[in-house]
Each structure stands twice: as C-alpha cells, then as structure tokens.
Design a protein around this ligand. Structure first.
Ligand code: SF4
Length: 313
C-alpha cells in the first residue's frame, strides 16, 4: 500500500509534488514507446474500480502529517504508472484530495477525454496535463501504441470542447522522438492543433529516462530548437520539459521505503539516490543489497546511471 502515495518529489511542472498512484502498475490505454515504467501490462479503455478513494485519501493524510514544513508539497498530483482516468472513482478521489487545501493536478494521456464521465471528473481538478505527441494517426500508433478501439480524431475534438468548459490550468506535453514526430510537417500540425486548444504552456520534452522500447531515442538539439521555433511561431507559450528536475527528494527517514516508492513511478538518477542516502545516513552497502535482492537495478542511459524499480509480475 505504501507505493500508492509517494514523495513529495521534485516535479518539472509543479515544483514539489506529492504523488498519488491510483492505478495498478502499467494498466494503461496506451503503451508508449518511451514509457519510463516499461511496456503496458494491460491495455484497456474500460474504467473500473482499482483502489478505494478513502484508502488513498487516508494514505495522503498520513503522509502529509509526517512532513516537515520545508517538505510540504505545492500540489497533490494524481500521476500513476498507468492512465489515471481509467479509475472509475477518480472524481471522488479528486474531491477528497481537494479537502486538504492543496491544489490537485492530474497527468493524463488524453485518450479517454471523449467520455462524459471522464470530462466530469477532470473538470474539478486544478491543473491538468494532457499528452499530445502528434495529431497524425499513423505516428500516434507508432509512438503511443493506443488501444485498438481508440480514435485520435475523437480524442482531439473532445479536448477542444473540454477546454471551453474548464477553468483550471491546462497544459500540454509533447514528447519528441527521433525519426517519429520530428519532421517540420508533424511539428507544424501539432502546433496548429495546440494553437486552437490554447494551453497555458505547451511543454516539449524528450525521453530522459530509460524507455520501454529500446529503439526509442531523443532527437538531437537542432530538432529541439526547431520544434521550439515552430511552436513559438504558432503563438504558443512553449517551454522545454527536459531539464533534470533536481535531487530534492524528500526523506521519510526510511531509505529503503523511500527508494522503492519513488522508483516505482520515477527512475532516479544515481546522484539523487546518493543525496537520499546522505539524508538518512545510509551507505552504498544498503543500495547494493537492494540490487542483489533484485528490488532495484542500475541502468545506463544517455551517459547517466539510473536506479529503477524491478517488477516481478
Ligand atoms: S507514458 Fe503514460 S500514457 Fe504512455 S504508456 Fe506510459 S503510463 Fe501510459
């Protein structure tokens, strides 16, 4: 149950965020080529009950009570290692979490926004991040590998109509993948759609963590710059989201518990793990023990060493 609430962790979008993981590991409507938590175990579009909102709320309450003032989060973020809108109790969960007096964010892949019940649930969130990697159906299938019954056009139209009703902060995230969505035509079409949607910020990102599919890699810096300029030309407030989020992971005092809960949804760079070890006065032997027990593993990616959680389902 501990992994259902994690952090607070530094978030590139939200400052310091307390994460809520409302979906079992890798149950998603997509199986993105770049997914940082591996290939989807189950690709589904039907909403269902996973965890009780009361249990999740209780875990958040317990975590908030233990935090020191300087570790208090700026957001409670529903950001599972799957698609959060698959949770049929999402609306109730958002309502419960708002009672803590902190803004509630949801990070979604946008795929179920055509459903009236999903729209209704999300309207109550304070901050929404929608994934829009492409508006090209073939590229969408290659990058996001959606459930076969999903329709990209339906999803994009539903997003435009949702935006008219939504009063919170809506941002978008576009992941750039080498040889997939980096052409001028692709980028212009995505930017043109975003211009209609009018997000507060259109984030551009690149894979910075080990991807689910090994042949997935980030574009070079020239492409990042080109994407920025194209998005900018369409009058979007555009920012890169590929900056490392820092090492300010909060410590509960239990290194193993913190490491396992954070890496369940968020691979950690080795320097961040070392800072966490320092905070709890733990030495490398404990980390090696977790590696030997196959609870975590070291992975090299883009000249960095990451500690990632191993799952034995
Ligand atoms: S990146 Fe997000 S939307 Fe894509 S497969 Fe992973 S959890 Fe699902």
């Amino acid at each position: 149950m501990d992994e259902l609430v994690f952090g607070p962790v530094p978030s590139r979008r939200l400052g310091i965020s307390l994460g809520v993981n409302n979906i079992p590991h890798k149950v998603c409507s997509y199986s993105c080529a770049y997914c940082q938590v591996g290939k989807s175990n189950k690709i589904q579009i039907d909403r269902q009950v996973f965890y009780s909102p009361e249990t999740l709320t209780k875990l958040v309450e317990q975590r908030l009570k233990k935090l020191k003032h300087q570790d208090y989060p700026s957001y409670i973020t529903i950001v599972p290692n799957g698609e959060p809108t698959l949770d049929i109790n999402l609306g109730k969960l958002i309502e419960n979490l708002k009672a803590f007096g902190l803004p509630v964010a949801v990070i979604t892949n946008s795929s179920l926004i055509h459903r009236d019940d999903v729209k209704k649930d999300l309207l109550n969130a304070d901050y929404l991040s929608f994934k829009i990697d492409t508006v090209n159906r073939n590229t969408w299938k290659q990058i996001n590998k959606p459930h076969r019954e999903l329709l990209l056009g339906e999803c994009l139209n539903a997003l435009l109509s949702f935006k008219k009703e939504y009063h919170g902060k809506l941002i978008t995230e576009t992941m750039l993948i080498k040889d997939k969505n980096e052409s001028d035509g692709e980028l212009s079409a995505t930017a043109e759609f975003l211009q209609q949607l009018k997000p507060s910020i259109a984030y551009l990102s690149i894979p910075t963590r080990p991807p689910a599919f090994k042949d997935t890699s980030p574009p070079n810096e020239d492409i990042l710059l080109k994407a920025y300029e194209i998005f900018n030309w369409y009058c979007l407030e555009v920012k890169y989201l590929s900056v490392y989020e820092g090492n300010e992971f909060s410590s509960s005092g239990d290194f193993e518990k913190d490491l396992l809960s954070i890496t369940a949804v968020h691979p950690m760079r080795i320097d961040a793990v070392k800072e966490l070890m320092l905070k709890t006065k733990i030495n490398e032997i404990i980390l090696q023990k977790l590696v030997d027990e196959n609870k975590v593993k070291r992975i090299r990616y883009q000249n960095q060493t990451f500690i990632v959680r191993t799952f034995n389902e």
